[in-house]
Design a protein around this ligand. Structure first.
Ligand SMILES: C[S@@+](CC[C@H](N)C(=O)[O-])C[C@H]1O[C@@H](n2cnc3c(N)ncnc32)[C@H](O)[C@@H]1O
Length: 312
């Protein structure tokens, strides 16, 4: 197994703000390579962690890494949107803390065969859960032009979305676009040279948009953040680390909705609960961000934002 470890972001803040020193049951809903989980386990001998990841390959790496704590860790291969069912199956009613560190792991970028990386040539895949059907290849080669452009604009916030989609359509009429390398080149060519950024690859936003679409990342986050507070004991805390503005907006808005007296699902046109029940109290009015010392050691953390709320 190749050895590359994802450095946990805002680890000290996670331990402090989720009150991990007090001993309890914590859910690491995006356990990844287990960086935060190891910190939680070390914070108190009384701590137990239920670790969830949608990626079986990553979970197997983590199983080896947390082996010494196997009596205090339960690993589950599942979409975190199924957290209520997971806890029910384990016979756990409510927990002391919930952590979401959303997005992808460094492993996803390092393994070319997973097709997430702009810089390592691999098949256009990008699925976290390889049991699912839709891949980046399907979107790039088969989605209609306008749908493709919408995805790039909405999830990548890409100003050249239509132009990129048109060039992709032209290319795919000649032959299928099969690899990350081919796509990165096509996108680069679609954006006028004078608009290429010096610091990021011109296809970064396109790759982000495809990854979000393949894995329904924003929908998953929205769904679970609304439900998850009900799985906390009173005084238990939920924390979410996000890496781009679309995610952070969802965290902020969902905590705010759960922090107000109305608990109706957002799909309802008007309040039917009578507005009696406030579920969360917001702990971080503004998101916490990494301190300069952390950024020096882990520049990948630069866009991280951590928001925390407490069950009332
Ligand atoms: C940023 S990494 C987590 C890193 C981890 N906190 C650590 O310190 O090692 C995010 C992880 O969440 C997983 N993930 C993303 N969406 C998920 C979902 N809907 N359900 C479960 N896991 C998910 C990814 O597979 C990835 O391993």
């Amino acid at each position: 197994m190749k050895e590359y470890l994802h450095t946990p972001v805002l680890a000290e803040e996670v331990i402090t703000y989720l009150k991990c020193q007090r001993g309890g049951i914590f859910v690491d809903a995006t356990i990844g390579e287990g960086g935060h989980t190891l910190e939680i386990l070390r914070a108190s001998r009384q701590n137990k962690v239920i670790g969830i990841d949608w990626d079986q390959e990553i979970l197997e790496r983590t199983r080896k890494r947390v082996n010494t704590y196997s009596d205090r860790v339960t690993l589950i291969h599942e979409n975190f949107t199924h957290l209520p069912q997971v806890l029910r199956t384990l016979g756990v009613e409510q927990v002391d803390g919930l952590l979401f560190d959303v997005g992808v792991s460094s492993v996803h970028f390092m393994e070319e065969k997973r097709g997430f990386s702009l810089h390592r040539n691999g098949p256009l895949d990008m699925r976290m859960d390889t049991r699912r059907k839709l891949t980046a290849y399907d979107i790039v080669n088969h989605f209609p032009l306008d749908k493709l452009a919408t995805i790039l604009r909405r999830y990548g916030e890409e100003r050249w979305a239509t132009r990129i989609a048109k060039v992709i359509e032209k290319e795919r009429q000649q032959k299928d676009i099969r690899t990350t390398g081919e796509l990165a080149q096509i996108v680069s060519r679609s954006i006028p040279r004078q608009h290429h950024s010096r610091s990021i690859h011109p296809a970064t936003k396109t790759f982000l948009a495809l990854r979000i679409t393949v894995n329904e990342e924003l929908k998953n986050l929205e769904d679970i953040l609304y439900e998850a507070p009900l799985l906390l004991k009173r005084g238990g805390r939920i924390g979410c680390i996000s890496f781009h503005s679309l995610e952070d907006r969802i965290v902020k808005e969902t905590f705010k909705r759960r922090g107000s007296a109305c608990v109706c699902p957002p799909s309802l046109p008007q309040c039917i609960c009578g507005g009696k029940e406030q579920v969360l109290k917001i702990i971080t009015k503004r998101p916490l961000t990494p301190r300069p010392e952390e950024l020096k050691n882990n520049p990948r953390a630069r866009s991280a934002k951590f928001r925390v709320a407490e069950r009332v």
